[in-house]
Design a protein around this ligand. Structure first.
Ligand code: TXA
Ligand code: MG
Length: 350
């Protein structure tokens, strides 16, 4: 399959390219497009055959449901039951934005989209290219992240082409995405709203509006089966082994030194990701790849860069990645969730 690549700048959206992409969606094809979180791989969300192509192109397990992307509230009413009055409050406040709502589904949503569940996940992305594409296609667009299943999500168009070139019809290149991590998935199909996947909207922000917000226990305990089917799969994995070190800075330094020396003796190529105080330590001067995330109090940069850093580790043939843990507050909850998965829960507490 020939994959067309069209560059669309956020401020100067070329209408022609969006219309061409929308035609592909209408005809049942696949278009990768930027959102404010990560790139999505889109198909007509009401066309079961088109949606099946997404699973094939990504190598995605068929029991992992997709998010439907919409451009206005009336599209939501077509797809989901909106009985709970809190829903309007939440969408008014957070949409467009990095928040996905899980709601009871209406019959017109194809079974492949929801993987047989009686709920559907919907979000309104905060990106002009995504919104224009949905409007032009005039259908909800089903879109998972536009990576091969298991790989880090794409935050730049070249990540998409690396994984999916020749497997999809078009990539709309809108530059780097903003948030860098996926949307928060919030289940509002039952009484107390529950976070099924931490993401761009934080628990603290949701609590401010909703009061009590639960968190799926599987996010904090790897032994429990997650309620969002996609959360049970190994994800975001670079080819390298990933080790997370958690603890007080000085102890972390000592342990990282030990582990690094051990890897060095084995002739391994090592990457170290951590705060300025850690990575600038003189003992780590020789490390093959050092990523300074700055200060732990500001994890916005870390969130934006994380997937790109993990992909860079592959490009640089890194064997071992050592990462300093970050606090599970604000966006840190989503950052740690992705890191834990990338590390296969290989975490050392010192
Ligand atoms: O930011 C995002 O959410 C990106 C962009 C492209 O919008 N999309 C994304 O999609 O991350 P995906 O497919 O990679 O992740 C969707 C997650 C999966 O964990 C899936 O299992 C969960 O949402 N999900 C979808 N429908 C669900 C449902 N009905 N009930 C529970 N979880 C659901
Ligand atoms: Mg994904």
């Amino acid at each position: 399959m020939e994959t067309k690549i069209r560059i669309v700048e956020e401020n100067v959206i070329k209408h022609k390219d969006i219309l061409e992409a929308a035609e592909i969606i209408k005809k049942g094809g696949l278009v990768a497009f930027p959102t404010e979180t990560v790139y999505g791989l889109g198909a007509n969300g009401l066309n079961a055959e088109a949606v099946k192509k997404i699973f094939k192109a990504k190598g995605r397990p068929s029991d992992n449901p997709l998010i439907l992307h919409i451009a206005n509230f009336s599209m939501l009413e077509e797809l989901a039951l909106i009985e709970n009055e809190k829903i309007k409050q939440v969408t008014d406040f957070f949409w467009p934005g990095p928040l996905t709502l899980v709601l009871p589904k209406k019959p017109q949503v194809p079974i492949v989209v929801t993987a047989g569940l009686d709920t559907v996940a919907v979000r309104m992305p905060d990106h002009p290219v995504a919104l224009e594409l949905i409007k032009a296609a005039q259908v909800p667009i089903a879109a998972p992240s536009a990576n091969l299943s298991g790989k880090p999500s794409p935050t730049m168009a070249h990540h998409v082409t690396k994984d999916l070139f020749g497997r999809i019809d078009m990539v709309l290149d809108g530059g780097s995405t903003g948030v860098g991590l996926e949307s928060t998935v919030l289940d509002m199909s039952s009484e107390v709203p529950m976070i099924l996947r931490p993401g761009g909207v934080t628990k603290e922000q949701l609590e401010q509006l909703l009061g009590c917000v639960a968190v799926d226990q599987a996010i904090v305990n790897a032994q429990i089966t997650p309620k969002a089917p996609g959360m049970k799969y190994t994800h975001y994995s670079p080819d390298a082994n990933v080790t997370i070190i958690r603890g007080e800075l000085n102890k972390v330094k000592v342990r990282v030194c030990e582990i690094y020396q051990h890897f060095q003796r084995e002739g391994k190529r090592v990457a170290l990701i951590g705060t300025s105080e850690l990575v600038t330590h003189e003992d780590f001067q020789q490390i093959q790849l050092k990523v300074d995330i700055g200060n732990k109090d500001n994890l916005v940069f870390m969130a934006q860069q994380l997937y790109s850093i993990l992909r860079k580790c592959d490009e640089e043939n890194i064997d071992e990645v050592i990462v300093e843990a970050v606090p599970i507050e604000g966006i840190g909850m989503a950052v740690m969730n992705r890191l834990e998965k990338a590390a296969g829960y290989n975490i050392l507490t010192v």
